[in-house]
Ligand binder design. Structure first.
Ligand code: 4NP
Length: 147
């Protein structure tokens, strides 16, 4: 997998993908790439990340409080080289908007054959689990880029 601009995608763009955005941005500082995040749904457009995501990121030294939620659009297929989704529903929703094979090839689950489950309805510990899964997956991707 070649290095390139990365878009992290979940449903609301307030819990999982803001964490993924912040983590990947922090870990990829040595590369001149754009990292962003978006949601497949429109419910939370303009909102700050969920306070539990902000708190969890801050605990690990990453400030995501300036992020604002936006919805995924077809133009993201042009702007980004890698579109990493958190779960299989996100995968279906993003692929539904694609028109070309080259666009579909950019879309992958962030974790290999595993989902980053939605922590929205659970407690704080769910956010820590999400953080750790995303951090591990991000390091694996960046290790490939460094080879
Ligand atoms: P996210 O979590 O997709 O990780 O941002 C969710 C946030 C909000 C809702 C669902 C999931 N919601 O139903 O409002």
């Amino acid at each position: 997998m070649a290095k390139g601009n990365v878009l992290m995608v979940c449903l609301g763009n307030i819990c999982r993908s803001p964490l993924a955005h912040g983590i990947f941005e922090q870990l990829s500082k040595e590369f001149s790439i754009t990292v962003d995040s978006a949601g497949t749904a429109s419910y939370h457009i303009g909102s700050s990340p969920d306070p539990r995501s902000i708190k969890t990121a801050m605990k690990h030294g990453i400030d995501i409080s300036n992020q604002r939620a936006r919805q995924f659009t077809k133009s993201d297929f042009d702007a980004f080289d890698h579109i990493f989704v958190m779960d299989r529903q996100n995968l279906r929703d993003v692929l539904k908007l694609s028109q070309l094979e080259v666009e579909r090839n950019k879309v992958k689950l962030l974790l290999k054959n595993e989902e980053v489950e939605d922590p929205y309805y659970g407690g704080d510990e769910g956010f820590e689990i999400v953080f750790n899964k995303i951090e591990k997956a991000s390091k694996d991707i960046l290790d490939l880029w460094k080879q």
